[in-house]
Design a protein around this ligand. Structure first.
Ligand SMILES: [Zn+2]
Length: 64
């Protein structure tokens, strides 16, 4: 939530590849097979739902 997040669309699309990789890794960590006493991770700060229930659209997380 920094005011300097605004970037040209071209840059955002290019970075989306990296973000997708990062998000995938996070999902695997949160919803992976090893759920021993750690719950399902941190819920979404916007809607409170599990991050695993969100959909990645154009490099941005969409709430369910
Ligand atoms: Zn959400």
């Amino acid at each position: 939530m920094t005011p300097r997040r605004r970037k040209p669309l071209r840059t955002r699309i290019r970075e989306a590849g990296g973000f997708y990789q990062w998000f995938n890794g996070t999902l695997i960590r949160l919803a992976g097979p090893a759920q021993l006493g750690e719950g399902r991770g941190t819920p979404c700060h916007r809607c409170g739902a599990d991050k695993a229930d969100h959909v990645l659209v154009d490099g941005e997380l969409r709430c369910p």
